[in-house]
Design a protein around this ligand. Structure first.
Ligand code: SF4
Length: 368
């Protein structure tokens, strides 16, 4: 690959121009495209808009399970057999206590997530009151993920002070029928349009590794660019037993999701950065599972991540994530005075252990 390939990716992105589909394909799968050079090119774009800052998000799974929808990747779907703890919407006191803890932990944004197809008008009013209370008590951004909503609901939430609505596209329009049958890609687009019609900022992302082609991921990235979404979570499919997609993988020996490699995941993050230079790119669910030892490299294209795990899957301890960010020379962006507190290393170093003789001379040991 010509050395100018990488600098052209950076300059095309910074000039606000669209990469061709052929370049996007090369980013994702051309072996001549070297990962480190690609990450550096993406980092030049990230640095221009976000410097070396990292925003941390904490999720509150406010209502878990019993969902009438059948999203094939989701443990909360009506079709999933995963043994999860289900509960109705948590009481306000519990959600407020968790908002306070998220603020104290240093989260930039508190994401309240509810299972279900979408809220009824009574629930929208209840959520609006909750958002008002959180915003009045804590200087933290609030994002809400509540399924499908229409314009009046979006307006009520916006007027209550909601900063962002999350509603992921998840995959391309062509691939959508293969991952869900109870609602459509267009339903999801309608929700994003309703939010945008009332001036509500949108967070919308993708799940990588659900049997899609490179072209599907490219189309979603370009669609999110067209929608000018503020934030893009890039999730990597977690094959949890009991979800329709995981069962399908096991039964058919389909190797789709399991072929996600750290190299490929990082390429996807770079692609999303080049195509959406000014959007917050979040390395989301599956970060630890799929990136493994390469996890820290995600910070070069991405400028945000979740702290303390995901909806039902656990993640790395907060202290280790903070240490990783700090060790790589990045700075956690918080809301106000607690940023100082986050500068201190949170992880104990642990003492260095000396090898025992049987480790130093295993052959001698076995010959005794
Ligand atoms: S992703 Fe949301 S709508 Fe789909 S099954 Fe899970 S909780 Fe329900």
């Amino acid at each position: 690959m010509k050395p100018t390939f990488y600098s052209e990716l950076t300059s095309t992105s910074l000039q606000g121009e669209l990469l061709s589909d052929a370049s996007c394909e090369e980013i994702l799968s051309a072996s001549e495209v070297e990962l480190l050079l690609l990450l550096d090119a993406a980092y030049q774009v990230r640095k221009t808009y976000f410097q070396n800052r990292v925003q941390l998000h904490i999720l509150n799974n406010a209502q878990n399970g019993n969902c009438p929808e059948d999203c094939h990747y989701c443990v909360q779907a009506k079709t999933a057999t995963t043994d999860i703890d289900t509960y109705a919407l948590k009481p306000e006191s519990e959600i407020l206590a968790e908002a306070e803890r998220a603020y104290q932990t240093g989260a930039y944004r508190y994401c309240i997530v509810m299972s279900g197809r979408g809220p009824n008008p009574k629930r929208v009013t209840q959520l609006a009151q909750l958002i008002q209370t959180v915003k009045a008590r804590y200087p933290i951004e609030v994002c809400l993920s509540v399924g499908l909503i229409d314009e009046p609901a979006a307006r009520t939430l916006k007027e209550a002070g909601l900063d962002r609505l999350n509603h992921n596209l998840n995959t391309s329009e062509a691939h959508y029928p293969k991952i869900c049958s109870t609602h459509t890609y267009q339903d999801r687009m309608d929700t994003l349009h309703a939010a945008q019609a009332v001036g509500l900022a949108c967070c919308s992302g993708v799940i990588v590794g659900m049997g899609e082609e490179n072209g599907d991921l490219i189309r979603v990235a370009k669609e999110l660019r067209r929608l000018e979404v503020a934030s893009i979570p890039v999730n990597f499919f977690l094959p949890i037993d009991g979800t329709q997609l995981s069962e399908f993988v096991t039964e058919t020996q389909w190797d789709g999701p399991t072929t996600l490699t750290p190299d490929y995941c990082l390429r996807v993050l770079c692609l999303y950065r080049f195509l959406n230079p000014q959007a917050e790119i979040r390395v989301a669910a599956g970060r630890e599972h799929h990136l493994r030892g390469m996890e820290v490299m995600a910070l070069y294209p991405a400028n945000s991540m979740f702290l303390e795990g995901y909806l039902n899957a656990t993640g790395k301890e907060a202290s280790r994530t903070l240490q990783m960010i700090q060790d790589a020379g990045f700075i956690v962006e918080t809301n106000g005075e607690i940023s100082e507190h986050l500068q201190a290393p949170q992880v104990e170093q642990g003492s260095v252990l000396l090898k025992e003789l049987e480790v130093l001379r295993p052959r001698m040991e076995s010959n005794r």
